[in-house]
Design a protein around this ligand. Structure first.
Ligand code: 2NE
Length: 280
């Protein structure tokens, strides 16, 4: 995985009130299939982008025009999950080759990231790679993009977000078709079923994606943060509500009423909340 920030992206028109992080899965020789190490690196890059207070939008993409991501690397698929690179023992935790399945943690991380994450898709978004684009907040597809699930063909499936978020996007009949038949769909078909936000010429893909990000950067980052949490709150149950609730707590910290409580505690006295209205 490689990661970079706004200035290295193809520039759009005018200055932007923030920067854009770009995370690229860099394994084009296998259509950007992910190994455990790939997931670890994407997770670190996402963390960096989240912590960087200048970053207002994050692009997730794959290297080259042929693929966004082709899902889990079947060459390192063992009997207990995906194995750490067998050619590189240094990457084996405690020397053992324990199978992992932590792309699911990455999906949660993308969903809970308080900044918009945009999938920039050229070529194949297939299998676990299709779920990754699905989890992103927006998808900008090149006209050569192809979408689909392969799980049942290769003895796998994603019945988590890969099923539920797909149902929300395209409806239950289409979601079941996608999973049961394992067909591939063109960018235009994906657009017409609500899987992607727009389809653009391949040569315009990055410029158009940056343009969408710049439009979001011009808007209130906190409003976008609260909206993203709100969109997910019901589906994610207590975890979704927890995120939304703590975002309101974050706002409350900036309020004088909350500060009265903090200051009284620090000064060892009783807080006086009497001046604050009991709002109707
Ligand atoms: C992506 C697709 C349709 C591309 O087809 P094409 O014809 O453009 O390329 P080709 O020749 O199939 O692939 C090029 C090279 O990449 C490797 C291929 O084996 C091939 O290697 P060489 O022959 O050049 O040595 N490659 C491609 N995808 C790979 C993969 N996922 N793992 C390892 N090597 C891969 C076509 O390549 C394709 O259908 N790929 C397989 C897609 C797939 O089944 N992915 C796994 C689904 S399961 C999953 O992702 C998953 C899950 O269900 C649940 C949890 C976590 C993960």
């Amino acid at each position: 995985v490689s990661a970079n920030h706004g200035p290295e992206l193809e520039p759009g028109a005018g200055p932007t009130p923030g920067s854009i992080a770009k995370i690229t899965i860099d394994r084009p020789q296998v259509r950007n299939a992910f190994r455990p190490q790939t997931i670890v690196e994407i997770a670190h890059a996402l963390d960096r982008a989240r912590e960087d207070t200048t970053v207002g939008a994050i692009i997730l993409t794959g290297e080259g025009p042929l693929a966004f991501c082709s899902g889990g690397d079947q060459q390192v698929r063992g009997d207990s999950g995906y194995l750490t690179d067998p050619d590189n023992p240094d990457r084996q935790p405690s020397g053992s080759s324990v199978g992992r399945f932590h792309v699911t943690d990455l999906q949660v991380q993308i969903r809970r990231c308080p900044k918009p994450v945009v999938a920039m898709v050229a070529g194949y978004a297939i299998g676990g790679g299709h779920v990754l684009h699905l989890i992103c907040d927006l998808t900008i597809a090149a006209d050569n993009a192809r979408f689909g699930q392969t799980g049942p063909k290769v003895g796998s499936f994603d019945g988590g977000f890969g099923a539920s978020v797909l149902v929300d996007a395209v409806g239950p009949k289409k979601a079941k078709e996608i999973w049961f038949l394992c067909r591939q769909y063109s960018a235009q078909e994906a657009l017409s079923m609500g899987l992607v936000n727009t389809v653009v010429p391949l040569e315009r893909l990055e410029a158009e994606t940056v343009g969408w990000c710049e439009e979001m950067l011009a808007n209130s980052p906190f409003a976008l943060r609260l909206l993203k949490a709100s969109f997910h709150a019901a589906e994610d149950g207590y975890a979704g509500l927890q995120q939304l609730a703590h975002d309101t707590n974050l706002l409350f910290y900036g309020n004088e009423e909350a500060q009265v409580g903090r200051d009284a505690y620090k000064q060892g006295r009783r807080p006086d909340f009497s001046v604050f209205p009991k709002r109707p």
